[in-house]
Write a protein that binds this ligand. Sequence first.
Ligand SMILES: [Fe+2]
Length: 576
Amino acid sequence: MNILGVHWGEHDSAACLVQDGRLVAAVEEERLNRIKHAPFAFPLRAARYCLEAGGITPEDVDIVAFSFAPSVGLGRGILHAARNFPKANFIALTEVVRRAWYLAQSAFARYSLKLPARTRSIYVPHHLAHAASAFFCSPFDKAAVLVVDGMGEWPATSLYQGLGNQLHSVATVNFPHSLGFFYSAFTEYFGFDPFDGEYKVMGMAAYGEPRFHERLCDIVEILNGANYRLDLRYFNFHREYGRTTWYSPHMVDVFGPASASTQMPEQHYLDIAASVQQRLEDALFHLVDYLHQQTQLPNLCMAGGVALNSAANGKIAQRGPFERLFVQPASSDSGCALGAALYVHHSILKNESRDPLRDVYLGPEYDSDEIEADLRRNLLNYEIVENPSEIAAVLLTEGKIVGWFQGRMEFGPRALGNRSILADPRQADMKDRINAAVKFREPFRPFAPSVIEEKSDDYFENVGGSPYMLRVTQVRPGMDERIPAVTHVNGTARLHTVSHESNPLYHELIQCFGEKTGVPVVLNTSFNVRGEPIVCTPKEAIACFFSSGLDALILDRFLLHKPARDNAAGDRPGLS
Ligand SMILES: [Fe+2]
């Protein structure tokens, strides 16, 4: 049974292939079409890759599962527009167009992928797809499931109980009371893209004091049960979605003009960010407590864009009441491709057997011959190394910033040691060096540590395993001085624990660095520059190497050094 999962949304289009219940391939369209978040793009390249990786042709696809259901929430959308007449008329129009688009997805997929007539199309409600992506990828056969995003068809927050191969609804909070859009509106107020800046706000929050928390308690009012309400006077997204700012003039009246600088915002904005983060966490804790009270289960699964808030995740894991937490690593909408396919496999086809996610190395890979051909075609000097992990570790000890490209590309927003930029975390100035010379991004944003799993407790508190870099935890007292480049201003780190089983080569690299320095931790950031998706192909890695301040590049077993005169951004050969 071949199920092709497709998420074709306003952003983060993706595809995956589930064969007889096993997830064999998944990739975001942005990595292949090279447009960040691939807005509105049908994931044609991604789907074709998944079929190829699964060794099948379109003729073999039994079911295509989509991550939106056209009929969900249409009535509520029209009612909302009527209530907010005339301003929300654009919303009503958008809702009708959106649903027509969802309905057309099946026909478009059939036509563009040349699927046979026997292939079935199944539409899975968006939040069920999110929930299934978390529950069926988790190691649990019973769990509470929390989905929090901007909005699906109409729900903004959904609570479920997962039992065996079924998901049962516990509660729903509908748009416009959206925690995702609440955070996005403030993201835009701080001067960032509301679809691509939430993690920047999380980074800002650590620099601020939450002195506006009381005001934020009025903006997000926590109610009994699974309920909360937004004070909609502060927002525009529910009235003129897509046509104006997400925050309203009332926000400016209360907090002052929007931030003019994104490089290092004034303290006023840092304090608002800290307050926004704290209020988001309040609301999540409330939902988590309610879910525990209703389900009385020890396990919690989370998905939806808000589940990428690793600072909140770390606190949820630490405070309980759930004993174990699994956050789906591609929690934003791209993960809905997985969820749609897994929901069909488990809940619709009623398959009992489970195949928990082992890692996220589900994307394209390139063999040595292909990589060497690329290098030769571009007349590049390279060395063949038999021990890339050890060579990389030595380069890091020399203070080099290293591009590290191995095996299958990661699915999800985090680079987890196959498409990573690595550096020595012991050097205090490394964060500024990488920010200025390689990533070209805001100076306040922290970098994450990768640590070998067996040593993680020595450096970090309350680890509990963080294989997907989705949990912020405290750096142990005294250890912050050993790894200053990956310790955030508030003494925390967005942790990535690496096991030998999940990634032997990367584990060996960190272990080797630890043997040479006494610190089994490396700085790990995604292999891209600002505004571009993470590199997928060797050619993109080479282009990124020459267009940034990277010192060395290890592609599979090929090592490239940059001549000293070229060691600056912008000095890039033309690649073919
Ligand atoms: Fe979503």
